[in-house]
Design a binder for this molecule. Structure first.
Ligand code: ATP
Length: 238
């Protein structure tokens, strides 16, 4: 079988002396949407940080067969990964459009950049309406859409999303997930999503993993994960 787009094997990550990931294995196939679930503190955010070279990591993280461990974050991002961190992190004092241009920092194709800006305005009409508005003045949902669109401006193969629904009203979250689904389908961008809203995430993802104390305790298709009794009790509440 061909190697997955993203392949994590026996990954260990630590903040100083404190080991947070303990032998984690996980993969994301080309075009796939995979959700990473787990309790607070299980190491979900750290997993995304390990992929991007933002925490001391051992083991192997490969993107399309290329080893990422030991490389600086900027290099990793250039290989085709976009990381949308928790809390969004848009530049509040820049306009919507300026934020999108920042997302294209690694590109020189001016016409292509403009075409992509218009393309993401098509997917996220709220951003188009607010293109000259300062990002800091927008709602949480709008900032989250901007953070996703900004990540996509780098033309990634893989989008890493850290709790995109955090702090958003349910209706906005559904709109965002619908947009992510469209992006996955039409642009064939693969996604690894950390999400607290397990029900919603599993309805959208093809596969899921459950992380506990830094290693994977359950992995399978979304239906398999949803059907697991421990999983239902812990995360779905029924
Ligand atoms: P949450 O859902 O609460 O965000 P998580 O599964 O994403 O949790 P992580 O943020 O990966 O968990 O954190 C895993 C563990 O690592 C926690 O115990 C946390 O306190 C610790 N940790 C996270 N960041 C640091 C840091 N910069 N320095 C030291 N310890 C950290």
């Amino acid at each position: 079988m061909a190697e997955a787009l993203l392949q994590l094997s026996d990954v260990h990550a630590a903040y100083g002396e404190v080991e947070v990931l303990r032998g984690l294995d996980l993969e994301v196939g080309e075009g796939e949407v995979v959700v990473l679930l787990g309790a607070n503190g299980a190491g979900k955010t750290t997993t995304l940080r390990a992929i991007c070279g933002m925490v001391g990591t051992r083991g192997s993280v490969r993107l399309a067969g290329q080893e990422l461990v030991g490389r600086p974050t900027e290099w990793v991002i250039r290989q085709g990964i976009a990381h949308v961190p928790q809390g969004r992190g848009v530049f509040g004092s820049l306009s919507v459009e300026e934020n999108l241009r920042v997302g294209a920092w690694n590109r020189r194709d001016t016409a292509g950049i403009q075409a992509d800006i218009e393309r993401w305005y098509g997917v996220f009409p709220r951003l188009a309406e607010r293109r000259t508005q300062l990002a800091g003045g927008m709602s949480g949902g709008e900032q989250q859409m901007l953070a996703v669109a900004r990540g996509l401006m780098g033309r990634p193969r893989l989008l890493l999303l850290d709790e995109p629904s955090l702090g958003l009203a349910q209706i906005i979250t559904r709109e965002l997930f619908r947009q992510l689904e469209q992006i996955n389908r039409e642009e064939s961008v693969s996604m690894l999503i950390v999400e607290q809203n397990a029900e919603l995430a599993l309805s959208f993802a093809g596969r899921g993993y459950v992380l506990e104390s830094g290693s994977i305790v359950l992995g399978g298709t979304a239906d398999e994960v949803r059907g697991n009794e421990d999983m239902r009790r812990a995360y779905l509440g029924y």
